[in-house]
Design a protein around this ligand. Structure first.
Ligand code: ACO
Length: 317
């Protein structure tokens, strides 16, 4: 049987930093309110001439180096993003051109904050069926481009960034299981009302924060049980939790559900806010590079986002 295994990780954050103090000058908010309610201290913002594919490119180069492969070895590119450079071609195709390769298939996946979990699940299935051997999986978003910086109810949350992994075929697991879900009935609670086919006067994020928060905690609670049951594991079998970095209070609720100390939870939300599809691979790369996550560790990744979409991936790193 063929499994898939993460061979390397990479990430990238744009240079410009927007702090809570900066936001105090823009909307009626305080550093204290933002830190207490969300855990966020700063976020990175892409330069005007920097696009999602550029962020994806830098993260990919780092992942390629960490996996010790050449770009030509990649036989599939999947980019999870909600903020593509263009309506088309896909950001994955633009990334492929930047990487100087041109033979492999490349496509985008849109599942908002759950995008990376969806993309990893898709890549895993390509590998398991023998359709691919070396997949570049990227989560990249420029959320600042769809943020209304006069709306204090959510502009304090978002940031820009990218994270990437190289997923390779392996005789050992690797990815132990993945679980993805969606429920379109709640679309209006978290959305950008305007798009390509449908136009609206509002083209920035609209969110009923409190309702989304409650739903996120409840849903992530259930996905922890689903993942543990599918693998016949106990809570204590999980070495690391790498959650979607949305809000520290949501992360704490999931850690509590797992009876896990916060020092086993990879937290980067303070440094880059909610970067949507980029947040899990950004956090994963951080904990791999600083030596916290090691080969053989059981790592649970989980996410919840617009759609609603949600999901989890359990890996043996
Ligand atoms: N600064 C100061 N006060 C504020 C701010 C702000 N930036 N924003 C709201 N307030 C005020 C409100 O007006 C309200 O005041 P009131 O009590 O006088 O009416 C009070 O603070 C409380 O507002 P709530 O909205 O109830 O605050 P809450 O504790 O819910 O925190 C937050 C808001 C941070 C947005 C939270 O609801 C949240 O994180 N929600 C989940 C978001 C999320 O995780 N999304 C995940 C998916 S993201 C994706 O898929 C793209």
């Amino acid at each position: 049987m063929t499994f898939s295994r993460i061979a390397g990780t990479g990430s990238y954050l744009p240079e410009k930093i927007l702090t809570n103090k900066d936001l105090e000058q823009m909307v009626d908010t305080t550093d204290e309110w933002i830190v207490t309610r969300t855990g966020i201290k700063q976020r990175h913002i892409a330069a005007t001439d920097e696009f999602t594919s550029d962020l994806a490119y830098h993260a990919s180069i780092n992942a390629i180096a960490s996996a010790k492969i050449n770009p030509e070895d990649i036989d599939l590119i999947i980019v999870a993003t909600t903020t593509p450079d263009l309506t088309f071609p896909s950001t994955a195709c633009l990334l492929q051109e930047k990487l100087g390769i041109n033979k492999c298939p490349a496509f985008d996946i849109q599942a908002v904050c759950s995008g990376f979990v969806y993309a990893l699940t898709t890549a895993d299935n390509f590998i398991k069926t023998g359709s691919a051997k070396c997949v570049l999986v990227v989560g990249a978003d420029t959320m600042s481009r769809i943020t209304d910086y006069t709306d204090r109810s959510n502009c304090i949350l978002w940031g820009d960034g990218a994270g990437a992994v190289i997923l390779q075929a392996s005789i050992e697991p690797g990815m132990l299981s993945s679980h993805i879900h969606a429920d379109g009935r709640h679309a209006k609670l978290l959305c950008v009302p305007s798009g390509v086919s449908k136009k609206d006067s509002k083209s920035t994020i609209s969110m009923e924060g409190n309702a989304v928060f409650k739903m996120a905690v409840k849903t992530l609670d259930a996905i922890v049980d689903e993942t543990l049951n599918a693998n016949g594991m106990q809570k204590s079998d999980i070495n690391w939790l790498v959650p979607h970095q949305a809000n520290i209070r949501i992360l704490q609720a999931t850690a509590k559900k797992l009876h896990m100390d916060m020092d086993r939870v990879v937290v980067t939300v303070d440094k880059h806010g909610n970067t949507s599809a980029a947040s899990i691979p950004l956090a994963l790369d951080c904990a791999v590079r600083d030596g916290r996550i090691n080969r053989g560790d059981n790592v649970l990744m989980e996410a919840f986002g617009g759609g609603f979409t949600w999901g989890s991936v359990l890996i043996r790193y």
